[in-house]
Design a protein around this ligand. Structure first.
Ligand SMILES: O=c1ccn([C@H]2C[C@H](O)[C@@H](COP(=O)(O)OP(=O)(O)OP(=O)(O)O)O2)c(=O)[nH]1
Ligand SMILES: [Mg+2]
Length: 177
């Protein structure tokens, strides 16, 4: 593990006194790994909220994002339900990681202090929304959701209700949830 002598100071408190302070694996890495402080076994399709043993105080104008680890995703099918999880600058609680086992057959076991996710700290802006009757023109305009083409075929996508872009559309009437 390399020392991080540059960058932004972030106050960290160990909720679990034995947890290692997160560190960047290599100079220039974007994320530092988070561990679980509890052992857990996830059956296929099961999810869990795992504690990391740390809380932090980010400076205003920053947020931290809890990202998946690609090795766990590729080897075991572990994903984060809410990826990337957002840690607000004002949050002083313990950072938690919402993992899910997407492997259709194998269960996955984590031991205490296994690395389960990575934390990426970034500057963020708060904006002022200024309502207008018409938005300024742009090259993309309202194109989205595959408008540039070249996407993979979806098996069975011929059936069901289709939007103008060829994707089945799911319309929810559950507003404001
Ligand atoms: O993966 C995550 C996501 C969030 N949090 C913490 C930090 C964050 O500041 C707080 C709230 O997260 P979020 O805003 O995503 O959740 P919410 O469901 O909107 O809760 P709230 O109403 O408290 O904002 O929970 C985590 O520890 N891990
Ligand atoms: Mg929120």
């Amino acid at each position: 593990m390399s020392e991080n002598n540059t960058g932004v100071d972030v106050a960290i408190r160990r909720v679990d006194p034995e947890v290692p302070i997160p560190a960047y694996g290599h100079p220039g890495d974007a994320g530092c790994d988070l561990v679980t402080t509890v052992a857990a076994e996830l059956e296929p399709g099961e999810r869990a909220v795992l504690p990391t043993g740390i809380s932090i105080a980010l400076p205003e104008g920053y947020a931290a994002f809890v990202h998946p680890r690609s090795g766990l995703a590729a080897r075991c099918g572990i994903a984060l339900v809410n990826a990337p999880g957002t840690v607000d600058a004002g949050y002083r609680g313990e950072i938690k990681v919402i993992v899910v086992n997407l492997d259709p057959r194998e269960s996955v076991r984590f031991e205490r202090f296994d690395r389960i996710a990575q934390l990426v700290v970034q500057r963020v802006e708060q904006v002022r929304f200024r309502e207008v009757a018409q938005l300024p023109d742009s090259a993309r305009a309202e194109g989205g959701f595959g408008s540039t083409g070249g996407h993979a075929a979806v098996a069975g996508s011929g059936a069901g209700q289709q939007g103008g872009n060829g994707y089945a559309s799911v319309v929810s009437d559950r507003e404001g949830q």
